[in-house]
Design a protein around this ligand. Sequence first.
Ligand code: ZN
Ligand code: ZN
Ligand code: ZN
Ligand code: ZN
Ligand code: ZN
Ligand code: ZN
Length: 561
Amino acid sequence: MDFELRSAREKLEREQRERKQRAKLKLEREKKAKDAAIKQREAIEASHRAKRVDAIEAQIKADQHMQESLIAGGGIVFERVFQAVPFQGIGDKIKLPPSCFTELSDQGAFDKGPLYFELSVDYRDNKKTTHSGVLEFTAEDGTVCLPPHVWSNLFSAQDHPMDVLLVQIRYIRLPKGSYAKLQPDNLGFSDLPNHKAILETILRQHATLSMDDVLSVSYGQVSYKLQVLELKPASSISVLETDIEVDIVSPEIVSDQPSQHVLRPLQFGKPESGTVEEGRYDYYKFSIDESTAEKVMAGSVKVIVKIDVEKDGADTDLYVSKHPILFPSLNQHEWSSHDVGSKTLILESKERALSSGTYSIGVYGFKGTVKYQVSVLVQESSSGAKVGERAVSSSSDVDTVECRNCKHSIPSRSIALHEVYCSRHNVVCDHPGCGIVLRVEEAKNHLHCEKCGQALQPVEMEKHLKVFHEPLSCGCGVVLEKVQMVQHQARDCPLRLIACRFCGDMVEAGNAAADVRDRMRGMSEHESTCGSRTAPCDSCGRSVMLKDMDIHQIAVHGKSS
Ligand SMILES: [Zn+2]
Ligand SMILES: [Zn+2]
Ligand SMILES: [Zn+2]
Ligand SMILES: [Zn+2]
Ligand SMILES: [Zn+2]
Ligand SMILES: [Zn+2]
């Protein structure tokens, strides 16, 4: 009985224990579920809150953007995203689809003066902004046509025009610019004799400038990139019909291998050493002042350019030009020397007197890497040659006979002896027009070029053929040998630079003027157009075309030119 009682109590106790345990577990489970529910609700609420904040922020942003656009556009809001398409235009004027014309004109944009746009791209890690004017409204729907200047300021070289490249375009008002600071990518830009005028010409093709824009400037075969470092009064400006003060700061040259197109200054009588690789040019510049130029013209001094090289098989060519030809080359120069080894050039001109001004020297690596010394000297003209000539002519009072071998005049009393000796030791070159008398052993070193007849030593022949007779091609498409090419680039090439007689800029000569009357007056294509601008006549105030001003002055006012 006692046992039964105990076991019944134990059972009761066990059941109570188990109930308690279950209740506790249930409580814990319920609490867990409650907690989870709270957490979930909190999460949902948080996300709702966040969404609400996002929505509010988005709304604020949109309002701000609208506000900005309204302010930027001076009350006109025009924003589009178009696919960029390149086209070959000059300056910064883009082409938009016709639909934009309608929209902009509906908003009265055309009454507010020239149109400007802010263009931006934002993809991968490329985030760029620039500005532009508009050329016309003829682009295909959904596209914007960008000239090279705008294209290169928005996209990098890796961006292929065939990819879909999107540009955001926004109508914007820009203040008139008053100041720009530009930095060329390389030395030499400020050496251009008229770089300010060149810049003005470039800027005239632009409607806008933006900070960090890069402007490309071509001068003959050389091109420079100028980066916009500073603008006033704002970071993007209009350059239409404004006078902008332009500062050009020196480039930061970091590379060890400077560009070929740098002119190193050279002083008279102070040689400079250099090393030039095959196929490259080193350039130097020097100036001839008025008094030296006068002495050269009077014949009392000579200006000499010299190259000294160590004799190790490597070889240079030497070219000299007067500015505005800054970088003389095989194709374009006034003087050249192709002597093998060291060489000397005497600067004199058959066509016109040597004038004062700045000159450039080009040292070209013809073969191998060459160590050289270049120098420019002013040397007294020696009169030794003239004395020698007089000595020869003075012998003519003696009774003389011509040697049948060497054709020299020989006193008649010694002619028999001379002719015997002469025919044994001397030969006369029978190349037409040469007739030089050579010692028999020297004769094999005297050759004539088959193509041009120039007398040469055998060692010079290979170089002569390469320099003078290998065909060269000009940027304009013409193919000529060296001598004709130099003439072509100096006188005929449409790509040569000339100073416009009306605006004074250095411009490509272009073809002859289309207008017959202008062509007769020797005007280039550019001059014909440039001279069509009008200006008021000094005497009567009437508006006269620049190219007719002379005629007008003579015909109407009786002035002699
Ligand atoms: Zn003789
Ligand atoms: Zn000969
Ligand atoms: Zn020849
Ligand atoms: Zn040409
Ligand atoms: Zn002009
Ligand atoms: Zn007049």
